[in-house]
Design a protein around this ligand. Structure first.
Ligand code: CA
Length: 233
């Protein structure tokens, strides 16, 4: 069973698709506007979103952008327009896949399964991370460095996990604000900087002499396994 948020203003499609997916054992919440979709995305924490691009209040692409600022939930876009530009824009804005109307229930189900399979690989929450001398255990919310337990605050732990989950990738402060602080819109760069410096101190490194956490000036932070640690068995 997957908790699915269905965003579709066409009552016929909404009812049929909602019923069909429900019969397949999914728990479906249906809404018909972009604003209701954003609310539901925050309140019901769906595991999958089916998002129609043509909505009466806010354009679906904009809804997608706002969703992406607060959540990494897999999004399957539903569109009546099969023009390449709209689809490319949707994928670039963070959609995981799309279906073009009209479609059958079996087709949508297959796409949902495929998206969930793909996204569960990297969203494997609770999976232990071992990167060089650093071990992070999300389930127990503990971390060790070279075998020594790290005494991290809740934010510091979330920050470390957010960065270590995608080694080698530059993560922007805005992304960190959205993920760790759930503040996608506010300024707050300073908040990130302060917590980063505390985290660095606990990892025994500094911004000017980094080991795991590398500042990319004007962009964000990149987690890297130091070569020495990587070589250690
Ligand atoms: Ca529509």
């Amino acid at each position: 069973m997957t908790r699915i948020l269905l965003v579709e203003d066409d009552p016929g499609i909404r009812t049929a698709l909602g019923r069909g997916l429900g019969e397949q054992g999914h728990a479906v919440t249906s809404v018909s506007t972009g604003m209701a979709a954003l609310e539901a995305c925050l309140s019901s924490e769906p595991e999958m979103v089916l998002l129609d691009l043509g909505l009466p209040d806010v354009p679906g692409l904009q809804v997608l952008g706002m969703m992406r600022a607060v959540s990494r939930v897999p999004v399957l876009v539903i569109t009546a327009q099969d023009d390449d530009r709209t689809l490319v824009e949707a994928l670039d804005s963070g959609a995981d896949d799309y279906v073009v109307k009209p479609f059958g229930l079996e087709h949508v189900s297959a796409r949902i399964r495929a998206v969930l399979r793909r996204t569960s690989v990297d969203a494997d929450a609770g999976h232990d991370l071992v990167l060089g001398g650093l071990a992070i255990r999300p389930r127990s919310r503990t971390a060790t460095l070279d075998g020594r337990p790290l005494d991290l605050s809740r934010r510091e732990f979330d920050l470390l996990l957010a960065l270590a989950s995608r080694p080698g990738e530059v993560v922007t402060k805005r992304e960190l604000l959205a993920e760790v602080w759930q503040q996608p819109y506010g300024g707050g760069d300073r908040t990130v900087d302060v917590h980063l410096s505390w985290l660095r101190r606990k990892l025994g490194e500094t911004a000017s002499s980094p080991c795991y956490l590398h500042t990319v000036r004007g962009v964000g932070v990149r987690f890297e396994v130091p070569p020495r640690a990587a070589a250690t068995p």
